[in-house]
Design a protein around this ligand. Structure first.
Ligand SMILES: [Zn+2]
Length: 414
């Protein structure tokens, strides 16, 4: 009998999951020798935020994306006592310096959705308030930054409570702006001082300012060899656990009659909404499909009459690499936000994008299995033939495990 998915059902389900998580956290911390009281775990509801993006931001940044983040934090801190093993009550205090250092340490090496965030400067702006200037080398959505900063401050408050026995409440204020030069001329600012560069013909010559810094290459790129990666962290996505080879290109699969089946590209594991980086610079081409919803139990939601191609939400980028024209296709993109934004609007057919910049987000649309979310990467040559994307991937694939190693493994985030 099918379950009725009404609001009450969802509420109960979520509340059950919530409780299960709580008891799991309790147990986990207890196993690590930590006594935890409920109060500690309710810290999340105690800390309040003022996280509105300012009007100033709206005025200075026409996009919803930012790579310059100013985080102004005010905080209130109250210490409390604990009883030491000899039975004395100890009242502790935590200095402002300790709090600032904790935050500084936190942002020395931090990632939001696989993108490194680093601390440029920290200003002490007075009593229990300071300002952080953060940067990242790619355009992250301001929503993503906002959400993550909230989570980070919760982590920091938790850390301070655990180590210094002090309650801390953060009030924060984010200002975000983009100083990325988008190239192609017109309207955008450059922090490298270059304006209005010509659109390059070679897919690798990004011209102007490449926010990803071609030398360090995020994700890992090798201009000389004409190779790059579409995700920061990659592994092949096997269609099932016994068939790692099926994630690779060619006649690597069998159908239900046991006949060999052609796989037009490679599948790379990626949690939904992972940023997809353009393999190479080029022009966005169709098929351009962005309306496909997620399926429910392998079916499209009732009433959906749009494109039903198994490739799901998708588009391609046409580039010239070492004199050859190729089109790189990105399939099964997100149902929420398949295409990255530029100046507040999704990238569209005809737009020029730079290699190594975020062009979309992964998902499970089309015939992708939500148990094994992945990015399908396909490359077509100028005659319309699918070719092996591994030829253009700056990585080697382990035939046995499907694990991918790239020359930039030091960038791996876990
Ligand atoms: Zn595939």
């Amino acid at each position: 009998m099918p379950v009725k998915m009404d609001a009450e059902f969802l509420r109960t389900t979520f509340s059950n999951i919530h409780q299960a998580l709580y008891s799991w956290i309790f147990r986990d911390l207890y196993d690590q020798g930590l006594q935890v009281d409920l109060e500690l775990l309710q810290l999340a509801s105690m800390y309040e935020t003022d996280s509105d993006i300012t009007d100033e931001t709206r005025a200075t940044s026409s996009t919803q994306y930012a790579n310059q983040i100013t985080l102004h934090i005010d905080y209130q801190v109250s210490s409390f006592g604990y009883v030491d093993p000899k039975g004395y009550t100890i009242i502790t205090s935590v200095s402002d310096e300790t709090i600032m250092n904790t935050i500084k340490e936190y942002y020395t090496n931090h990632f939001i959705n696989g993108v490194a965030i680093w601390l440029d400067q920290i200003y002490d702006s007075g009593f229990r308030a300071f300002t952080l200037n953060l940067s990242c080398r790619t355009l992250l959505s301001t929503e993503l930054i906002k959400k993550d900063v909230e989570r980070q401050l919760y982590d920091i408050a938790y850390h301070i409570k655990r180590n210094y026995f002090a309650d801390i409440v953060f009030y924060f204020h984010l200002t975000m702006s983009s100083s990325i030069f988008e190239g192609g001329g017109g309207g955008t600012r450059s922090d490298s001082g270059i304006t209005g560069t010509k659109i390059p013909e070679d897919g690798f010559n990004s011209g102007g300012y490449n926010p990803l810094n071609p030398e360090s290459g995020r994700p890992c790129r090798n201009e000389e060899k004409g190779k790059a990666n579409p995700l920061v962290v990659m592994d092949l996505m096997p269609p099932n656990r016994n068939n790692i080879g099926g994630a690779r290109f060619g006649y690597t699969r069998v159908n239900k009659y046991g006949e060999k089946k052609f796989h037009q590209g490679i599948d790379l594991m990626a949690e939904p909404n992972t940023p997809v980086y353009a393999l190479f610079s080029g022009t966005i081409v169709g098929p351009y499909v962005t309306e496909q919803p997620n399926k429910i139990e392998r079916n499209y939601p009732s009433g959906y009459t749009g494109d039903r191609n198994g490739a799901g939400n998708r588009f391609g980028v046409r580039s010239t690499i070492n004199g050859k024209t190729i089109t790189v296709y990105y399939w099964h993109l997100s149902a929420d936000q398949p295409v990255a934004m530029r100046n507040g609007k999704p990238l569209k057919v005809g737009d020029y994008v730079y290699g190594g910049t975020v062009i979309g987000y992964t998902g499970v649309t089309g015939n992708a299995n939500s148990e094994f979310p992945h990015l399908h990467l396909g490359i077509m040559d100028e005659t319309g033939k699918w070719i092996n994307p591994e030829l253009y991937l700056n990585a080697t694939v382990n035939d046995k495990t499907g694990e991918i190693s790239t020359p930039c493994d030091s960038y791996q985030i876990y």
